[in-house]
Design a protein around this ligand. Structure first.
Ligand SMILES: NC(=O)c1ccc[n+]([C@@H]2O[C@H](COP(=O)([O-])OP(=O)(O)OC[C@H]3O[C@@H](n4cnc5c(N)ncnc54)[C@H](O)[C@@H]3O)[C@@H](O)[C@H]2O)c1
Length: 313
């Protein structure tokens, strides 16, 4: 059983502990914030129950407690780790301090994989860790979204990304190996460009949030799971794609750095599902129930897509 240490038990950390446990690993989880660490087992159990109810696993809470343990000591968490997954706050100094603190306690050849979103973690790692330094970047909720971005550090043993790719592919995930680190990787960079266009349309009053979402759900998103972007271009015909680019049929989004619509909602306390209100009004719905509903629908969508099959092999 692969020994895995997960550092940080927040939004991503507790879910990554569950993912690695379901993938056959023995997991030790730590967090410097006591209440977050204490809350992690219940959050994992809730996500496990959703997966179990949907028939995705037959694992039960007793099994979970036997393969994931929580620890307040960093030294104890990493002592026998073969893989260390860093999922702490996105802050360079916090990450640098953690890498230095774990260094004397972790096995020399443990893989150190950061879940960083946009900070380059490699210059923050001590010299002694760089031969096993990588990124394994997940998407929330990682027990349902299969994409994992794997990046090797500049002086990393080439075996490391291969090992991470094999490990996660073996868990039924979909790892891709990027040749170098770019903040946001691929999916989030595309989403960032889409977001700029969407907020521009919204702020300029072209359509409201629900109409824009309808264009995504009923139009844009329908063919993406089957064809991705480049195969869709093949179906369109590449000469036409080239002409469309030349004609600037779709002008590039202006580089906006904030949205008036977001400012208004945030100022009104409508910060999203957790607040009961964001672009949409969730009334008195329990956020946990909304997350569960999202997870159930994601599972159903994944199953349908698996049955239909993508055209990208
Ligand atoms: N939230 C997402 O959707 C998402 C997706 C992909 C990647 N990420 C990345 O994953 C990382 C974690 O993000 P999150 O959303 O889970 O954040 P979070 O704030 O929910 O959790 C981070 C946790 O790290 C803990 N922490 C801080 N310093 C620590 C230390 N030295 N040792 C142990 N624990 C420590 C904090 O107490 C906190 O509980 C970040 O790098 C983030 O950019 C987040």
């Amino acid at each position: 059983m692969m020994q895995v240490a997960i550092l940080g038990a927040g939004v991503m950390g507790h879910a990554l502990a569950l993912v690695h446990a379901l993938g056959g690993c023995r997991v030790r989880l730590t967090d410097t914030h006591g209440p977050t660490l204490e809350a992690a087992p219940a959050l994992m159990a809730q996500a496990l129950a959703t997966l179990r109810d949907a028939g995705e696993t037959d694992r039960d809470p007793a099994w979970l407690a036997s393969v994931v343990t929580t620890h307040t000591s960093l030294a104890e968490t990493v002592a026998n780790a073969e893989l260390i997954v860093e999922a702490i706050t996105e802050d360079a100094e916090a990450k640098r301090a953690l890498y230095a603190a774990l260094d004397p306690h972790a096995p020399r050849d443990a893989i150190l994989a950061s879940n960083t979103s946009y900070l380059d973690p490699f210059p923050l790692m001590p010299e002694s860790r760089r031969h096993r330094a990588a990124i394994a970047h997940w998407y929330t909720p990682p027990y349902l979204v299969d994409l994992v971005d794997v990046v090797a550090g500049p002086r990393c043993d080439p075996e490391v990304p291969q090992r991470l790719r094999d490990l996660y592919a073996g868990m039924g995930k979909h790892p891709i190996v990027l040749r170098r680190f770019v903040p946001g990787y691929i999916a989030n960079r595309i989403q960032a460009v889409i977001a700029m266009e969407l907020y521009t349309l919204l702020d300029h009053g072209v359509a409201d949030a629900a109409e824009i979402d309808a264009a995504i759900v009923h139009g844009l998103s329908l063919r993406l799971p089957l064809l991705g972007h480049f195969m869709k271009a093949d179906f369109t015909g590449l000469a036409l794609v080239q002409k469309a680019l030349a004609a600037r049929m779709v002008p590039p989004p202006p580089p906006i750095r904030r949205s008036e619509a977001l400012d208004r909602l945030i100022a009104a306390g409508a910060t999203g599902v957790m607040a009961g209100r964001g672009f949409y009004d969730y009334g008195s719905a329990d956020p946990a129930a909304l997350f569960e509903e999202r997870d159930r629908r994601l599972i159903a969508l994944k199953r349908a897509l698996k049955e239909i099959g993508s055209m990208i092999r």
